[in-house]
Design a protein around this ligand. Structure first.
Ligand code: NAP
Length: 355
């Protein structure tokens, strides 16, 4: 099994330190004794950064917060100075947007270029770990059937998303392509990419913006109680994703992309897991016919377009995670437990009303 080398003599940078995934990554880095530089948009907001400073107080490593916005040229330079590894996690993960170019694609793509331009100007950086997504590998579920062997691998790229269709996925594939283009144009640092599927499990911050929480809130909160689309998706525990980043950064031989996905679940499978620990919640018990979704979906939710229903509902999703296990030595936490913990946290914090 490959063994990571934790050399803590130089600091490491995590962009988007307030994020759901970044919180668990920063925790792992602090546990290993790293000096962590984390960029956030507002370091003076205790509601966004309090959990990070508390973790740093309790763990062996140390943490310094820096202010940086993805769209501000040069903003990452002070935080990156002297760092050996850069984890670029910052990128909006929300479906609740007004303008897909402004709200998703620009921060993802221009932000990635901005961070990597500073990497090019910072000689201490040897490795960049990019938080990409399975969304950079496929666009709609129907794409899976068109791959070699009917299963997604690291050789596949999302070619079907656009600014007008699956804009979040488009933002991720364009950002990852920009990153590879810049990595291939130089030879001083190495790019290693983590491609998680839907990340689940409890958060470390008191409030969460990640779409992961919105989706679980919808399923456990009754939004689908009269039925869910038969929609399959890859799922992975947030702690597994944090560990994948650690291994991508600190295994000397790590290279390329890594599908980081524990298994496939349908929305009804997720509801069935929640039902075991929360039987009183208003959970769906059936899937809705595809024709009904096609007809009514766009009127109920602007994200449920007819093109989405036609190309994703009822089409199986499969991905090959063997590279993450072999090359990174990744062991997958059980996702069912992650779902139960996440729902319990949302009940405990009041985000989900009592059933
Ligand atoms: P999240 O909690 O919403 O984190 C997003 C982070 O990006 C936040 O720290 C946010 O900062 C930052 N950000 C957004 N716009 C920014 C800007 N203009 N300038 C600086 N920072 C900005 O979401 P997450 O789920 O942890 O996502 C983190 C990464 O994982 C993203 O790259 C996402 O695409 C990827 N990913 C997530 C999943 C998933 O299921 N959650 C799956 C695959 C990949 P603020 O707190 O200031 O808004």
């Amino acid at each position: 099994m490959p063994t990571p080398v934790y050399d803590t003599t130089a600091p490491v940078l995590v962009t988007g330190g307030t994020g759901y995934v970044a919180g668990w990554l920063i925790r792992r880095l602090l546990e290993e004794g790293f000096t962590v530089h984390a960029t956030v948009r507002n370091p003076d907001d205790p509601a966004k950064v309090g959990h990070l400073t508390q973790m740093a107080d309790a763990l062996p490593g140390s943490l310094t917060l820096f202010k940086a916005d993805l769209l501000e040229a040069g903003a990452f330079a002070p935080a990156m100075a002297g760092c050996r590894v850069v984890f670029h996690t910052a990128s909006p993960f929300t479906l609740n947007i007004e303008d897909p170019q402004r709200d998703l694609v620009d921060p993802a793509v221009k932000g990635t270029r901005n961070v990597l331009e500073t990497v090019n100007a910072t000689p201490s950086v040897e490795r960049v770990v990019l938080t990409s997504s399975c969304a950079a590998i496929y666009g709609d579920n129907i794409d899976v059937a068109g791959t070699t062997g009917g299963i997604l691998t690291e050789d596949d790229w999302n070619t079907t998303s656009s600014i007008g269709h699956q804009a979040y996925s488009y933002s991720k594939v364009m950002a990852e392509r920009a990153a590879w283009e810049m990595a291939d144009a130089q030879s001083t640092w190495r790019l290693v990419v983590v491609n998680p599927s839907l990340v689940l499990g409890p958060g470390l911050a008191p409030t969460q913006t990640s779409e992961s929480f919105n989706l679980l809130e919808q399923i456990a909160g009754g939004a689908f109680k009269s039925g869910v689309p038969h929609y399959e998706i890859g799922v992975v525990d947030v702690r597994t994703v944090a560990e994948a980043h650690m291994r991508a950064a600190f295994l000397p031989e790590a290279e390329g992309r890594h599908i980081t996905s524990a298994k496939t679940m349908s929305f009804l499978d997720v509801a069935d897991v929640i039902r075991r620990s929360h039987p009183d919640r208003p959970l769906p018990v059936r899937t809705l016919p595809k024709w009904l979704l096609w007809l009514l979906g766009p009127m109920v939710d602007k994200a449920v377009t007819r093109r989405f229903v036609a190309r994703s509902v009822g089409h199986p999703w499969r991905a090959d995670n063997s590279k993450s296990k072999q090359a990174l030595g990744l062991e997958y936490h059980p996702v069912d437990t992650a779902i139960e913990e996440m729902v319990q946290q949302m009940v405990d914090t009041g985000r989900l009303k009592p059933a």
